[in-house]
Design a protein around this ligand. Structure first.
Ligand SMILES: C[S@@+](CC[C@H](N)C(=O)[O-])C[C@H]1O[C@@H](n2cnc3c(N)ncnc32)[C@H](O)[C@@H]1O
Length: 378
């Protein structure tokens, strides 16, 4: 018997049918039984999915190069916070810290790396991976990034989030209303309720209304997170990388109904199977996310694909960051393949979008960042 299924059924028994976002929240983040809370084995070959940091250290190295440029664009301040949301196992942080220490010593000296991870199992893993940096105070680990408290950061800040927003709970809207999950005879069943004014406003402003047989996601939680993050940054940048789409793409008929379940590297569109044993994600509505950042005084910049972004950073030195330790031709060939996976359309390059927002930085300094410059004459 799946214990989380029983727990969700009990909650439904107590309060009636629940919104899809609550179902997704319990599946992923129930403190004991949720997918991300249960263990730290979700990532990589033996897990359910790969993220860019699993592919090769070059992802973190290229981003370290970009962070160093951003720090310079901010006037090389004495202190800068790099806040990573949902760092998972901490591999990206390890790569960024390692490479910055080696290649960008001035930036490294100013840097404090803050990892914000809600899963205690993953925090345990991060403690092992980053022991030295945590012990020295270079890195700091904090739990749940909650929507309640309010704080503001005095130091210039770069917030980095890779595949964070696509793991936040969404509502699903269809022609019959807003999705609710009910339970009957050991099965979850879908029912529909009248949409809330916020949900309708979201569709009007940032998305589209569902056609017959369509489902459209409403990412209110992601917007609330962006609102909080963008409000906290006094000066600095936010970089969010995710499977994403804009409203225009939805108007062109794409990205309508993107909720997916992932287990052992296969994708299903049934989120009700094996709650807590499979990941559930929804592509990110970048139009809505950008609007939330702008409401908090941030400027958002040209949306680029991960491919354009990494090519822009790596092309100047022909991806020397990737090949540095390669001595033999076979080693170079292996790294070239890993790099190809990160940048080509067949790999992760075209499906991931990079959203960059800035606050308190001159436009001329942002537009020359290498990650935003691919394909433009400099
Ligand atoms: C899909 S994983 C991505 C992990 C990592 N960024 C990577 O690319 O490998 C999403 C991560 O976000 C974390 N997370 C989700 N909601 C969170 C919250 N409110 N505060 C902190 N971490 C959160 C999850 O526990 C998980 O580690």
């Amino acid at each position: 018997m799946n214990l989380l299924r029983r727990k969700i059924e009990q909650e439904i028994g107590g309060r009636g049918a629940i919104p899809f976002s609550r179902y997704m929240e319990l599946c992923l983040y129930d403190p004991e039984l949720g997918y991300y809370s249960r263990n730290a084995e979700q990532f990589g070959k033996a897990g359910d999915f790969y993220t860019s940091s699993d592919a090769h250290a070059v992802f973190g190295r290229l981003l370290a190069r970009q962070f160093d440029e951003m720090w310079r664009a901010l006037g090389s301040p004495e202190h800068i916070d790099l806040v990573e949301l949902g760092p998972g196992r901490g591999l990206f942080a390890q790569d960024v810290l390692g490479w910055s220490g080696k290649k960008f010593p001035e930036f490294f000296c100013a840097l404090r790396y803050v990892l914000v991870e809600s899963s205690s199992a993953l925090r345990e893993r991060i403690r092992e991976t980053l022991r030295t940096h945590l012990d020295s105070g270079k890195a700091e680990l904090t739990p749940l990034y909650s929507l309640e408290g309010k704080s503001s950061r005095d130091s210039p800040t770069i917030v980095f989030a890779n595949e964070f927003f696509d793991a936040l709970p969404v509502e699903i809207l269809g022609p019959k209303g807003s999705l609710r999950i009910d339970a009957s005879d050991g099965h979850f069943i879908e029912t529909w309720a009248r949409p809330s004014p916020e949900e309708m406003e979201f569709l009007d402003r940032y998305s589209v209304h569902p056609e017959p047989d369509e489902r459209i996601e409403v990412s209110l939680v992601a917007q609330q997170f962006m609102d909080r993050i963008a409000g906290e940054v006094q000066r600095g940048f936010i970089i969010a990388i995710d499977y994403g789409y804009t409203r225009d793409e939805q108007l062109a008929g794409r990205h309508r109904g993107t909720v997916k379940a992932l287990r052992q590297h296969s994708i299903s569109d049934n989120p009700y199977e094996a709650p807590g044993d499979q990941d559930i994600t929804a592509d990110v509505n970048v139009t809505a996310l950008a609007a939330a950042a702008e409401r908090r005084g941030m400027q958002t910049h040209r949306l680029v694909t991960q491919s354009q972004f990494l090519m822009g950073i790596g092309e100047a030195n022909q991806f020397a960051d990737a090949f540095e330790e390669c001595r033999l031709p076979q080693e170079r060939a292996k790294v070239a393949l890993q790099l190809k996976h990160l940048v080509t359309p067949a790999g992760m390059g075209e499906s991931f979008q990079v959203m960059i927002a800035s606050k308190g930085v001159e436009e001329e300094k942002v537009s020359v960042l290498s990650g935003l410059s691919f394909g433009r004459s400099r």
